[in-house]
Design a protein. Structure first.
Length: 170
């Protein structure tokens, strides 16, 4: 499926759920540095393979916010995708929350999967978007429906990491 088709599927799901914008981070419920394939939603949706970024999708536009380590890579990977590159750290680049406040009308709703953010981040989003009278739905997860061939959750067996390697007992 092409990126444009994935965005169209997400937008249709958003419309049906009455969500005006969707925030997709590079994250998993453990806020891990490296995510299992199941949680690489941003990569699947945008084609961006860097390790730091956030995609925001509205009915009319989409953007990827990433830092200077990935400006060239993101420019190449997003080419023709319909996703604009927002270069974090440059003077003219708004934070994605500020962009949402300036893009969405009062009464709009932003959807996100609250499991993929820290509680402090979610609180910040809610407070920042309230300035523009924008609501936040933290239970928005369209990807089990629109990502048809999504890899399963990891099912490796658990094991106790030896005290020899850990340095301390559990």
């Amino acid at each position: 499926m092409k990126i444009t088709q994935k965005l169209a599927a997400l937008r249709k799901y958003m419309q049906d759920a009455q969500i005006d914008a969707c925030i997709v981070p590079i994250s998993d419920p453990h806020l891990s540095e490296y995510q299992p394939s199941h949680w690489r939603v941003l990569e699947w949706l945008s084609g961006f393979t860097g390790s730091s970024g956030t995609v925001v999708v509205t009915a009319e536009s989409a953007g990827l916010w990433t830092d200077s380590r990935y400006f060239l890579q993101a420019g190449d990977e997003l080419n023709g995708s319909g996703i604009d590159l927002f270069k974090v750290g440059l003077p003219d680049t708004p934070a994605f929350i500020d962009w949402l406040n300036s893009t969405l009308p009062a009464g709009a709703t932003v959807g996100l999967d609250g499991r993929l953010f820290s509680a402090a981040q979610v609180d910040d989003f809610v407070q920042s978007l309230a300035i523009g009278e924008i609501a936040v739905n933290i239970d928005f997860d369209p990807f089990p429906v629109i990502w048809n061939d999504r890899p399963g959750l990891p099912s490796n067996p658990l094991f106790v990491y030896s005290e020899h390697y850990a340095g301390k007992s559990t």
